[in-house]
Structure formats: C-alpha cells, structure tokens
Write a protein that binds this ligand. Structure first.
Ligand code: F0G
Length: 470
C-alpha cells in the first residue's frame, strides 16, 4: 500500500493543470427541458427536488450517493457474481478488501449505509443513552434515536460558521465531550459517533491529531468510537494535504492509521466505494459483531450477503481498492474545488473551506431577506432547478426536522443548499454550466420569495415534504 508508481500531472509538472485519471468509454444522454416544462415539473414536485423525476433534470447534483460511474473493472466484476444464498465467493472478496484497507476484523454487509446504522445502533445503544457526535447526519441520528439514544453535538464551534477557515472543521471538541461525560456519566455513553468527512458541515474533515486525542480520551473513560466511514477517502485527502507529517503518505496508509484509532465503522458504500448500491458494518469486538450478525438476518439478509447480490459485492470489493487510489481521490476533490472557486470568484456565498463531496451554498447569506421558517435553502434549490434544470438538495431547517420533545422546528445554524458532485460522472464544462446558473439565480435574489410547507411527513421530512411558493 505504498504510493503508486505513477504520478498525477500536477506532481510531474508542478503548477500545470491536472486531469481525471480515466477516460470515458460509455455515455448517457442528458437534456434540459424547456422553462415551461420545468415550472410544471417543480410545481408538481411540491418544490422538493427529491420529488422530481430524474428525466426532468439536466445536471443532477442531488447527491453523490449511488450516482458514481463504475469502472470497466467493476463492470467486469459484475459478470463474476456468485449468486449463492450463502457463502458467496464475492462476500469473501469484500471481507478481504475491508480488512485490507480499513483494517477491521469482522465484516457484515448491508444493503446500504442506513442498514448498517440500524445494526450498530440497536447492537450497542441502551434506552436513555447519549451519543455524542461531530454534527448530526439525518439517518444516523434517527437510528440512534429509534434505538432509545439522544444525540449530542460535540463538534468544534467553527463547524457551525460557514465563513470560518479552520482546516479541520470536522474535529470533535474534547471539552464539550468532557462536559457531557460530567453531566450524564461515561457509563451512559456507549460510543462516540465520528464522521469523516462531516456531510452536514459542508464535507469538512477530521484531523489525525483529533482522532488520536479522542482515542486517548475514550480509553480513559471506557467509551468506544464508531466511525461513519462514508467519505473517509476524502477525509484522508485533506489530512495528506493539510496535516504535518502526512504529505508523503498515501491515502491508503492514512486511512489505515485513522481507522486504527476507532473500534469499527459503518459505511454507505454508495459514496467513496464507487458502487450504485451497498453498505457494510465492520467492527473489532466479537460480541458486537455477533449481535449485529444476529440482527442482519432479520432486517437485511444472511450475514454473507446482507441485502446485496453477489455481483454487487464483487463490484464493491473492486471499488474499495480503486476508490482509495491517490489520483482518484485527488481528481474528485479538485473537481469540487473547481466549481467552488468559480462561485467564490463571483462573490457567491458558499461554505469555506471547500469540502470534499459538494459545494454548499450559504442560503442565509444568499437570501438574507427570507426568514428561516420560510425555507431559504429549499427556495434556492427550487430556483436553481427553475433556472437550468440543475438539481441540488436542501440541507437546512427542513433536513433538521423537529425536536422530538418540543415538536418545534430545529433551527440549525447552517442553512445550506448542497450541490453534490457524483464521482467520475460530469465534466468541467458541466461545472461551468452549473456555476453560471447559480450566478443567474444570485442576480435575481432580491426578487425571490420563500416557501410555505403544505405537507410534512413524520420521519426524515426533507425526502417527501411539499411546498408552495409564497
Ligand atoms: N452517513 C453519511 C455521512 C451519509 O452521507 C449517508 C447518506 C449515510 C450515512 C446513509 O447512507 O444513504 O447509504 O443509507 N447520505 C446520502 C447523501 C443520502 O445524499 O448525503 P445510505
């Protein structure tokens, strides 16, 4: 797992341009429907981009989840699917890949990330427990709550400030964690829920120094650390780029070290691992693995497929090894940065530093005249779709949901619209088109009004809520 023998163009030629470490072998046509058709589609979708038909979308930046392009090798792997109910050969390839690159002992496949979140939450949380974490993620927190736990945010304050230039805005604040231990007792904290990178904060990384310090803290208090490894490759890129002593290490080496400070991880393989569906849970403690294996057969499938077909496990095993390569991760993060820099040059407010998987427009600064309960980031996502058929996602008050105790909206400090870049799918020209559309929406900002919520589902409301224009 030393550095690969090839170099990126940037490494070879210094300040010259970089380019993707792949070429395109198959294409999928896309088109922009007319303004009139977009207006109709948006209204029919209740101004919720989750409710649009993808046929009506031009450039789809809803998510980087399950939207990556697989490589020729991964597609070849699909043909090697061993579709046995039990003990498929592909499961053993997957297990080996996770053990090799992430370093955990026991591997349990799941249909996607939230399947693994369900298993770990039910396996280790007791009713009344507290789960500290570096900012919430929607499905993660819900599974912790459904298991009887209460999530407590212990991320550093800078993470809630979209203008802070802190290089590791995903870091845990150990004083906040200490305060929680003092308040509720370490025996009521089964684990720290650590995500690298932090999706809701704008794709911000955790430093190696922070996870090391966290490990020491947790060892002193008998608390475990479980990692949301969904975008850890990107987290490792930032460590390589920004943290002293890691510039000469490969992403794979950094990953292995980072994971070694944790007790296990859950994974949405639909992101870093470059597959369209899949997930896994991997842990180092046999008792936790046993509980999770007992449950996986109830909710997902046998413990050697966990809801995935053999062929999908093969593509995933190949994707794990492919996605972790330095040039793959670098090209991915640099494409995101390219889009972000275009916007910054035009003075458009985004979360800084630019994160790993997406550009987050700061809707509070974009639409300062729209109050938070008129859904500024939902409004921005709707306006962007109307302008150009580009699909983005609300990450603000709608995503934050309601406080289960008071029933009121949670009012998050961050009110963001996320433009998430799928891996290996769009070109630089697509990024230019997206940036120009955002500029057009920005130029119209003073005339834009907010939204009213007219339908609200009970769980994860952002997926299915409906709105009307004010
Ligand atoms: N953890 C993080 C950090 C995620 O971003 C996601 C999914 C999950 C867990 C759950 O995984 O979708 O495979 O069940 N994020 C997607 C997104 C949906 O668009 O950010 P899943």
């Amino acid at each position: 797992m030393s550095k690969p023998h090839y170099q990126t163009m940037g490494q070879q030629f210094g300040r010259r341009s970089w380019a993707e470490p792949w070429k395109i072998k198959m294409v999928e046509p896309i088109r922009m429907i007319s303004r009139e058709a977009r207006e109709q589609a948006a209204a029919e979708a209740g101004y919720n981009t989750f409710l649009l038909r993808s046929e009506d979308v031009y450039i789809d930046l809803l998510t980087d989840s399950g939207t990556s392009a697989m490589s020729d090798r991964q597609w070849a792997g699909i043909m090697l699917g061993d579709e046995a109910y039990a003990g498929s050969r592909n499961f053993y390839h997957l297990e080996e890949a996770i053990q090799t690159y992430y370093g955990y002992k026991y591997v349990i496949p799941t249909h996607q990330g939230r399947g693994a979140e369900h298993l770990i939450s039910q396996a280790v949380i007791q009713k009344g427990d507290f789960i500290p974490g570096n900012m919430y993620f929607t499905t993660t927190r819900l599974h912790q709550e459904l298991a009887g736990g209460t999530f407590v945010d212990v991320i550093i304050d800078e993470a809630h400030d979209p203008t802070s230039q802190h290089p590791f805005k995903g870091n845990v604040n150990l004083d906040k964690l200490q305060a929680l231990v003092d308040r509720v007792g370490a025996e009521n904290i089964p684990y720290v829920s650590l995500a690298g990178t932090v999706n809701m904060a704008g794709g911000q990384p955790v430093s190696m120094a922070n996870v090391k310090a966290l490990r020491e803290f947790c060892d002193r208090h008998g608390i475990r650390i479980y990692l949301d490894a969904t975008r850890m490759y990107e987290n490792c890129f930032f460590i390589q780029e920004r943290e002293e002593g890691y510039g000469d290490k490969s992403i794979a080496e950094i990953l292995k070290e980072f994971c070694s400070y944790t007790d296990g991880a859950w994974m949405s393989a639909k992101k870093d691992n470059l597959v369209n569906i899949g997930g896994w849970l991997a842990v180092n403690h046999a008792d936790v693995a046993e509980k999770a294996r007992n449950m996986v057969v109830v909710y997902e499938g046998l413990h050697t497929y966990g809801g995935m077909a053999g062929r999908d496990m093969e593509a995933l095993a190949i994707g794990i090894a492919e996605g972790v390569q330095d040039d793959q991760v670098a090209a991915r993060v640099r494409q995101v940065r390219y889009l972000g820099k275009l916007l910054l040059d035009w003075g458009i407010p985004i979360v800084e530093p630019i994160g790993g998987h997406a550009i987050f427009l700061d809707a509070k600064r974009f639409y300062p005249h729209i109050p938070q309960d008129q859904f500024p980031s939902q409004t921005l996502a709707a306006q962007l779709y109307l302008d150009s058929g580009v699909r983005s996602m609300e990450r603000g008050i709608v995503s934050a949901g309601r406080d289960p105790k008071t029933g009121d909206h949670r009012y998050p400090a961050l009110e963001l619209t996320r433009l998430t870049i799928p891996r290996r799918v769009y070109t630089q020209a697509h990024m230019d088109v997206v940036a120009e559309s955002i500029k057009a929406v920005y130029d119209q900002r003073e005339q834009t009004r907010g939204l009213k919520m007219v339908y609200e589902p009970e769980y994860l409301r952002f997926f299915q809520a409906r709105f009307e224009m004010l």
